[in-house]
Design a protein around this ligand. Structure first.
Ligand code: PGA
Length: 346
C-alpha cells in the first residue's frame, strides 16, 4: 500500500549502504568545519575537539567514501573534487538538521504552553470562539483571556502583560506595534423591536440624532467611532446614559431608553430578529475591522506565533457569520426582472 511518505529517491535500494553504515553526522560536521575554515586546527577549536579527534573523524569519513577528500595547499586545507561533493551534501544535511530542530522546538512549545490574550471589551463576542477552535487544535495549551477597556489595554501593552491583543481600532501607544487587520467589525444602530423606526428604510442619520442616545463609557473604541461620526455630520444628539457594557446597552435599548450604535457582534447569540432591532440608517453598517496587535520588539513565543497565524488564516467562520447577519439585517430589495433586461441592452 502506498503512503504519502513514499519517496522513491530515498527507498532502501537507493540509499548508499556504505555511508549509512560508516558515515556519522559528527564526521560530516567536522568535515564541513574543516572545509569552511580551511584548517584542522581551527575546526578543532570551533567544535571544542582535540586535533587527533578531528583527524580521526576525517580519516573515517574518507574511508567510508573511498576517495581522498582533502588536500594541502601550503598551510591551507582544501577539498578535492570528491571533497567538494561531500561538502555540498554536508551543507544540505546540516541545513535540514537546523530546520528539523526548529520544527521540533516548535512542536515542543506547542504541546505545552500558555497564551495570554488581552482583548478589548467588544472582542469578548469573538475571542472565546476563536480561542475555543485554537484550543481544540492545540489541546495542551493553557489560555488566559483578559477582557478590558481600551485604556487598560494600552496600559497592558506598555507593561507587557499579555502575549497578543485583539482590539477594534489600533490604539495610540508610545511604542511601535505590529498590527494585523483580520475580520469585519460592522457598527450598526440598534433600537427596541417595537421602536417606531424599526420598520423604516433609509433613515437619515439626522433623524437618529433626534432620539435619546445610549453611549458606551469614555475610553471605548465604539464610543470614539460613534462620536467621531456624529461630529463629522455636525450632529449633537441627547445622550440619555453612558454604560460600560454592551449587554447593559442592549437591555437599556430593549427597555425603551433610547437607541445605540454598537458592533453587530453584540447580537451574535440572539441574532438580528430578537428583541433588539437593527435599524436601516443611511451610511450604515459602518465597516470597521478587528486587529491583532503586539509590540514590534516583542519576541513572540511559539504558542503566540501559532495563535497569530491561526487567527489570520482561520477567521473565515467570523467572516461568514458577519456576512449572514448583515444579509439578514439589511436585506437587499429584489430587482424587477424588466429593469435588469433594460440594463442589459444598454
Ligand atoms: P470597545 O472597542 O469595546 O472599547 O468599544 C471595540 C471597538 O473599537 O470596536
Amino acid at each position: 500500500m502506498s503512503s504519502s511518505y513514499d519517496q522513491s529517491d530515498v527507498s532502501p535500494a537507493a540509499l548508499p549502504e556504505y555511508l549509512i553504515r560508516h558515515a556519522t553526522l559528527r564526521q560530516l560536521q567536522v568535515f564541513e568545519a574543516i572545509v569552511r575554515l580551511g584548517s584542522f586546527t581551527r575546526a578543532a577549536e570551533e567544535l571544542f575537539l582535540t586535533q587527533p579527534t578531528v583527524s580521526l573523524q576525517v580519516k573515517k569519513l574518507t574511508e567510508a567514501v573511498g576517495l581522498k577528500l582533502l588536500e594541502q595547499a601550503g598551510r591551507q586545507t582544501r577539498p578535492t573534487e570528491a571533497g567538494r561533493e561531500v561538502y555540498a551534501a554536508c551543507h544540505e544535511i546540516m541545513r535540514t538538521l537546523v530546520d528539523l530542530e526548529m520544527g521540533i522546538a516548535n512542536l515542543k512549545g506547542l504541546k505545552r504552553g500558555r497564551l495570554r490574550l488581552g482583548v478589548i471589551t467588544t472582542a469578548q463576542y469573538i475571542a472565546p470562539e476563536i480561542l475555543g477552535r485554537f484550543c481544540r487544535e492545540y489541546p495542551g495549551i493553557d489560555v488566559s483571556l483578559k477582557v478590558t477597556n481600551r485604556d487598560r489595554i494600552v496600559e497592558r501593552i506598555i507593561a507587557n502583560e499579555d502575549d497578543v491583543y485583539i482590539v477594534g481600532g489600533v490604539p495610540t501607544v508610545d511604542l511601535p506595534l505590529v498590527t494585523h487587520a483580520f475580520a469585519p467589525n460592522p457598527m450598526v444602530v440598534i433600537a427596541a423591536r417595537d421602536h417606531p423606526l424599526a420598520n423604516q428604510r433609509n433613515i437619515p442619520l439626522a433623524r437618529i440624532a433626534e432620539e435619546p442616545l445610549i453611549l458606551r463609557e469614555p475610553g471605548s473604541g465604539t464610543r470614539d467611532a460613534v462620536t467621531k461620526l456624529l461630529e463629522e455630520h455636525g450632529l449633537r444628539p441627547t445622550v440619555r446614559m453612558e454604560l460600560g457594557s454592551n449587554e447593559a446597552i442592549k437591555h437599556a435599548v430593549v427597555g425603551g431608553l433610547g437607541v445605540a450604535m454598537v458592533s453587530l457582534h453584540t447580537l451574535t447569540l440572539e441574532g438580528v430578529h430578537g428583541p433588539v432591532a437593527v435599524l436601516d440608517v443611511e451610511g450604515f453598517p459602518i465597516m470597521r475591522k478587528w486587529h491583532l496587535v503586539y509590540p514590534r520588539d516583542k519576541e513572540l513565543s511559539p504558542v503566540s506565533k501559532a495563535f497569530v497565524e491561526f487567527v489570520l488564516e482561520r477567521h473565515d467562520a467570523v467572516d461568514a457569520l458577519m456576512r449572514s447577519m448583515l444579509d439578514e439585517a439589511f436585506p437587499k430589495p429584489a430587482k424587477a426582472p424588466r429593469q435588469q433586461k433594460a440594463r442589459k441592452k444598454s
